[in-house]
Design a protein around this ligand. Sequence first.
Ligand code: COS
Length: 384
Amino acid sequence: MIRDTETLNQLLDSVNRFVRERLVPAEGVVSDTDDIPEDIVREMKDIGLFGLTVPEEFGGLGLTMEEETEVMFAMGQTSPCFRSLFGTTVGIGSQGIVFDGTPEQKAKYLPRLATGELIASFALTEPEAGSDAASLRTTAIRDGDHYVVNGTKRFITNAPHAGIFTLMARTNPADKGASGVSSFIVERDTPGITIGKPDRKMGHRGAHTADVIFENCRVPATQLMGGQEGQGFKTAMKVLEKGRIHIAAICVGVAERMLRDALAYAMDRKQFGQPIAEFQLVQAMLADSKAEVYAARCMVLDAARRRDLGQNVSTEASCCKMFASEMCGRVADRAVQIFGGAGYMSEYGIERFYRDVRLFRIYEGTTQIQQIVIARNMVREASR
Ligand code: COS
């Protein structure tokens, strides 16, 4: 749902300009230094990127899913590490509070998240609990007016920069399933939290992940999300469901960028006396990519509009995440192939995208998890 086309177009104009003039020229240096310069972070805050999904009453832009999707198509036109910096705050880090926080929790955290003063991370994954998220072992045991948290969270995006963690922990250790899990808003400076060394990754240089270790960390009971125990897994699933449409939109944007670069290269590069774009085998790769990007774009917009209408989009969100991330991987592979030898060389940039987009098929639910969600929903609906 687009609430006001003119306002959205103004936002998209500034995002497109920012991407073109500031982010694309910085891609190489960010990758080389593994760091996003402070002035770029400041501009992200000025444009309002940290507040895209925070409701307007708390100082954000309160974008609908369709509007957010359009912004992510635009943000995808550059290295995905830039999106990661504000994406966890806009997405999985903050949305638990938006969906399930108490009025006090919303009033305390959302305004500072919206300005980018506070970065939020989503702490679900553990060394022994990834796809099987409900098996998480981190415990939060009630002790008076606090919970005592113990456990390790792994691969947590933006952990080194986070001011708060949306933490999923087991409040009822006797209940080994999803209903024993609760969600908390944990402030970074709570005693008992250690952040591990930043992980060394295949790609996404400039975006940082690390372990977050909780040792007898005493979290005030007021930080229990929504004031209710046993709801944490559901909060996580709701947040991830929305996140899957967001990630799928980024996949579409990045695939468009790679395809544009591959087309420009194919029109410029001459072999056998003519631009390689004139050769039908190269054209096949361009055409297959174009059709698949178009299909993914249509899917993501449809899912976003359905979500805005209040429909249950569990199946559609997983379809989008699965199709768009796999599509993005195929487009990256073809783009490297079109670049040929140059595709393997760092200076041309396309190999960096090839490595970066590999993550899309893994995080916020692997392709195999999306298949499980889709098929389970199909069986459930058919047996009703
Ligand atoms: N919205 C709201 N509630 C949901 C939901 C959703 N999208 N999906 C599941 N739930 C609820 C279920 O309704 C169920 O509640 P009830 O017991 O009251 O019915 C509860 O959550 C447990 O759901 P389910 O039985 O489906 O849980 P499973 O343990 O079988 O796990 C999968 C389901 C595999 C889908 C889940 O573990 C998952 O998504 N794993 C991937 C995790 C992931 O994406 N990790 C990435 C880390 S963040 S980068």
